[in-house]
Design a protein around this ligand. Structure first.
Ligand code: PLP
Length: 344
């Protein structure tokens, strides 16, 4: 069978997770009657020290509901140049909420509070767009799974408070950030007004994200979720998969991180321009093919012919993501395939 490292979304529910799903108590969640959804929302909110949570089918929707609660139409959200909200949500903030975005660039997506604060322009008066919120992605996907330094997050909160700005955390992979940094979930929670977390990435649930904030914002977001057509019924079946993922799959992320590092070290040994293994902090290995006479698409094709699936995310940028359906034996095999594909 092929080794699939295109994303950490490719995992399939284990038998244990399927059993939990099959036996979950359910109700109509549009009436807030689904006990498994309610307990999931309360559980995740509690983990991050937030008042309330809202279950959504996707992380993009959780992000979009959150930023809609912070930024009015015609106002501005600022974010890092390669953040998911800016690059991978198909312009949703503009299309759904009339929100404009402006960006600051960061090496490996790593937050420097001063860079964000420097471009923020709150209260810009009647001629210029006013910034009202800043989004931070942790870990940073296109930055290569990098973990945001907690000191920079603290500094950003301080600066944002001084300017009257709100902060959103795109925490699709906050689980990986926690495991890599040892920073507690409720510590991350302290610095953000809204948070989105994803259960279907590293934690391996088939679907689901949760948006977190105050009771008031979550109640409003619940109305917008329904308006967007994502009011769901006996969806405790899915929330049960998420509960199982939280129970079983957080601490094991360190294995994914170890294997990602092994891959990075092996690739750097072939050609050190491809990746600096010290930048690999979690489960994402991003390869820079700028100095090789091969495109990312060509590398992906060569690997695929040998049974390894990877992503070509730019003309010269390839990405491998480790996950819970990828073990040590497959890791060895993947490294052998990459060695051949890269020098061919
Ligand atoms: C995957 C991801 C999301 C959400 O993606 P969906 O496919 O909409 O669930 C949001 N932010 C980041 C950083 C991601 O990697």
């Amino acid at each position: 069978m092929a080794i699939d490292l295109r994303s950490d979304t490719v995992t399939r529910p284990s038998q244990g997770m399927r059993d939990a799903i099959a036996s979950a108590p359910v109700g109509d969640d549009v009436y807030s009657d689904d006990p498994t959804v309610n307990s999931l929302e309360e559980r995740v909110a509690g983990m991050f020290g937030k008042e309330a949570g809202l279950f959504t089918p996707t992380g993009s929707l959780a992000n979009q509901l959150a930023i809609r609660m912070l930024v009015n139409p015609g106002e501005e959200l600022i974010a890092e140049t390669n953040s998911h909200i800016v690059r991978a949500e198909l312009g949703a903030a503009a299309v759904f909420s009339g929100i404009t975005t402006r960006t600051w660039p960061a090496t490996h997506g790593l937050l420097k509070a001063a860079d964000a604060l420097e471009i923020a322009r709150p209260d810009s008066g009647p001629y210029l767009v006013s910034t009202t919120a800043i989004a931070v992605e942790n870990t940073h996907n296109f930055g290569g799974g990098t973990v945001q330094p907690i000191d920079e997050i603290k500094a950003l909160r301080k600066g944002a408070d001084a300017m009257g700005l709100a902060l959103h955390l795109d925490g699709a992979r906050i689980w990986n950030a926690h495991v890599a940094s040892g920073v507690a979930f409720n510590e991350y929670g302290k610095y953000f007004d809204t948070i989105s977390v994803c259960l279907s990435k590293g934690l391996g649930a088939p679907i689901g994200s949760v948006m977190l904030s105050t009771k008031e914002r979550v109640a409003k977001a619940r109305v917008w979720r329904k308006r967007y057509g994502a009011g769901m019924r006996q969806v405790g079946l899915l929330a049960a998969g998420a509960h199982f993922a939280l129970d079983n799959n957080i601490n094991r992320l360190s294995e994914d991180h170890r294997r990602a590092k092994e891959i990075a070290v092996a690739i750097a040994a072939i050609d050190s321009s491809l990746i600096d293994p010290t930048t690999v902090q979690t489960n994402i290995v991003g390869l820079d093919l700028a100095h090789l006479p091969i495109s990312a698409a060509e590398l992906a094709t060569r690997c695929r012919e040998k049974g390894l699936w990877i992503s070509a995310l730019g003309p010269k940028y390839a990405r491998l993501v480790t996950h819970l359906d990828f073990d040590d034996a497959q890791c060895k095999e993947a490294i052998e395939i990459l060695k051949v594909a890269l020098v061919a």
